[in-house]
Design a protein around this ligand. Structure first.
Ligand code: ADP
Length: 269
């Protein structure tokens, strides 16, 4: 079984303040996934879960409505409006993703994150995996995504696709966990800012990253550092993962087929 994350940086224009799909990338990645599974060594019936990020469909409104910060009763109507806005925006993005996957023959089943997951202080505390398992058993590909969710402590909070990956993978113990993003992997510092940044091929601690910077000024889920923290927790639970560059053609396809590609392995072994 494989759990595949497609970053919001890949399927959307993450720097846009308006929701903007990157259709070229989306179509290419759907076709790469389909091609990898047309290869005889891989079978969708063995299990594939796809989780995607929010990019410009989630982060700008989350920031606008200051989701995740405590608020008083008078502010609740506005916050609820923000909640609905983000849920609808993410449903739209997910529809584009699932339609694209289906167009390439992948039996994608959209699972609305905000309808099945609840959090407490920004961490998942309620998520019944039974339906996901049912769909997997029947050979479908459940698709989840970063979303806004109800939160026992904060009323509402943003849940990253990376946290969903950590949760699902810890419980389902997949053979592979692969995350596609817009850089070759984790570097000792942000490669988009520092030309001398070095790729870390195997990462087992946050100490391997010498210079911490947030990713973009609108990413409310912690960018690469947030991702790495989730994956280190996952590694603590005995599940390794890999971060690869989904912006470069054929990398996702090769990685799914277990061919060696450039990237970072997060492992404590
Ligand atoms: P995604 O939307 O694909 O999940 P993010 O945008 O959250 O991914 O994170 C990827 C971005 O993180 C890269 O584009 C890069 O600019 C930034 N980044 C910051 N620090 C690092 C680092 N140490 N190594 C790699 N990327 C980093």
């Amino acid at each position: 079984m494989i759990i595949l994350k497609i970053g919001g940086s890949i399927i959307t224009d993450k720097n846009s303040i308006e929701p903007k799909v990157n259709y070229d990338n989306l179509d290419r990645i759907s076709s790469e996934i389909a091609n990898a599974f047309n290869n005889k060594s891989l079978d969708i019936a063995d299990g594939l879960i796809i989780v995607h990020g929010a990019g410009s469909f989630g982060h700008p409104p989350a920031k606008k409505y200051k989701i995740g910060e405590p608020f008083n009763k008078e502010e609740y109507p506005l916050k609820r409006k923000g909640f609905s806005e983000i849920v609808l925006s993410m449903k739209k993005l997910d529809l584009y993703v699932c339609e694209s996957l289906l167009k390439h023959g992948i039996p994608a089943i959209p699972i609305q994150t905000s309808a099945v997951i609840k959090a407490s202080n920004k961490r998942i505390n309620n998520f019944d995996l039974e339906m996901i398992k049912n769909y997997l058993n029947e050979g479908y590909v459940p698709v989840l995504y970063g979303d806004i969710v109800l939160d026992d402590k904060l009323n509402m909070s943003i849940l990253s696709g990376d946290q969903i990956i950590e949760y699902i993978a810890s419980f389902l113990n997949p053979d592979r966990v692969v995350l596609g993003t817009d850089v070759d992997g984790v570097y000792n510092k942000n490669p988009k800012i520092h030309k001398d940044a070095k790729l870390i091929e195997k990462l087992s601690s946050l100490d391997d990253i010498t210079q911490m910077e947030s990713t973009t000024n609108v990413d409310v889920t912690g960018g690469m550092i947030g991702k790495v923290k989730e994956l280190l927790t996952l590694a603590d639970n005995g599940v390794d993962s890999e971060i690869i560059n989904a912006n470069k053609p054929e990398i996702i396809s090769k990685s799914l087929q277990s061919k060696i590609v450039k990237g970072t392995k997060i492992s404590k072994k």
